[in-house]
Ligand binder design. Sequence first.
Ligand code: SF4
Length: 94
Amino acid sequence: MTERIEIIRSVRATWTPPPAGACASVDREVFLGYPGEPAVARLAREEDAKRVCARCSVLLECRESALAETNPVGVRGGLTPNERGAVRRRRAHH
Ligand code: SF4
C-alpha cells in the first residue's frame, strides 16, 4: 500500500499531458487519482476523463504508449489502470 501511494505521488508530480492531447486543456486532476481516493469519486472521475479521451485526436497512440508502460495511475488513452492491465493480460495470452 505504501509503495502504491509512493507511485501515485510520483506520477502526480511528474505527469505532463501530451501537448496534442485533449487532456492538455483540462484540469489534470480529472486524470490523476490521489492516495485514499474513495471508489465512488474515482469511478466518477474516470468517467469524466474517458469522455475527454473519447474526443482526443491522439487516442490510439496514447493508448498504445500507456499499454507499453506499467504505470498503475490515471486514465490514459481512454482506459483506467485496471482496464490497461486487462488488455495487457489478454494480449499476453494471444
Ligand atoms: S487519449 Fe486521453 S490521456 Fe491520452 S492524450 Fe488524449 S485525452 Fe490525454
